[in-house]
Design a protein around this ligand. Structure first.
Ligand SMILES: [Fe+2]
Ligand SMILES: [Fe+2]
Length: 283
């Protein structure tokens, strides 16, 4: 059953950060590899509003529960972007509007057409809601895994606390999308077929196309290409496999392998994240 918006809004809202000691990043800065991943995540968080622009031209606008979800979801993702931007700015890395303006210019051709593309998909493809609900669940699960792994790699007390708070919200987003996707896929072979087709032919790691492909590849390969990253990907795959009719796609695993090849081709190798003896990924 789809999670009601009353239940969804019980927790969440603006990410609390005012009690965090951001100045600690000045004395104990993050590594350039971690900052590169954070830059990518910052961009993706802020990109949510443009994805919402696409969803709202599909017939999904007719469902007041879903538009309420989109409103709250966007608000929460915006504050994730703000918080990550603050971390970047404290390292004197570009953040907020500087990056977003560059990003929208980088992708301007697609962004010009994307509402038209989504209007066509939404009105021309029966069962399209099952596709975008499943898509949303997968992207939230991978975001959650990425933050989990990044906190482990960076091993920085303030960053870990911040990412832990973000992860709790990503978990709610994933649960909402997955509950909706499950409802639409259950007992509907056509919805399952259409969703499977879109995932196999169109799905890519979130951000592909929105930011230079190499940045998406770097984050995917660095975070998930080694160590506990592979275990986190397995967990995402298990969740996808558990959705009705979607077993055995191995989407994320294949995407990580392709991202690793891409980074190796462009930069020679993927840097190995530090291994911490006492590190455990959050369950
Ligand atoms: Fe987020
Ligand atoms: Fe999210």
């Amino acid at each position: 059953m789809v999670i009601s918006i009353e239940k969804f809004q019980e927790q969440g809202g603006r990410l609390k950060t005012d009690d965090l000691d951001f100045e600690a990043f000045r004395t104990e800065p993050l590594s350039p590899h971690v900052l590169r991943c954070l830059s990518y995540m910052h961009d993706i968080e802020y990109q949510t509003v443009l994805y919402t622009r696409e969803l709202l031209v599909t017939p999904a606008w007719k469902d007041p529960q879903f538009t309420a979800f989109l409103t709250l979801w966007n608000y929460e993702e915006y504050w994730h972007g703000q918080a990550l931007g603050k971390v970047l700015a404290l390292h004197d890395w570009p953040a907020h509007d500087t990056r977003l303006t560059a990003m929208r210019s980088f992708n301007k051709r697609y962004l010009f057409w994307s509402p038209a593309i989504f209007w066509l998909l939404g009105h021309g493809v029966r069962k399209f809601p099952a596709v975008h609900m499943t898509w949303g669940a997968i992207n939230e699960w991978t975001a959650n895994a990425a933050y989990n792994r990044l906190a482990q790699i960076a091993d920085h007390p303030v960053l870990s606390e911040l990412l832990g708070r973000i992860m709790r919200q990503e978990g709610r987003h994933a649960a909402y999308y997955a509950s909706y996707a499950r409802d639409l896929l259950e007992g509907d072979p056509r919805a399952q077929r259409v969703t499977k087709w879109f995932l196999q032919h169109e799905w890519a790691v979130v951000g592909s196309g929105d930011v230079p492909k190499l940045e998406t590849s770097f984050a995917a390969a660095y975070l998930f290409g080694s160590g506990d990253g592979a275990e986190l990907v397995d967990r995402v795959e298990d969740r996808i496999d558990a959705l009705p009719g979607l077993a055995g796609l191995s989407l994320v695993r294949s995407a990580i392998a392709a991202a690793t090849r891409h980074v190796c081709d462009e930069e020679g190798s993927v840097p190995l994240p530090p291994v911490r003896v006492d590190a455990t990924v959050s369950r």
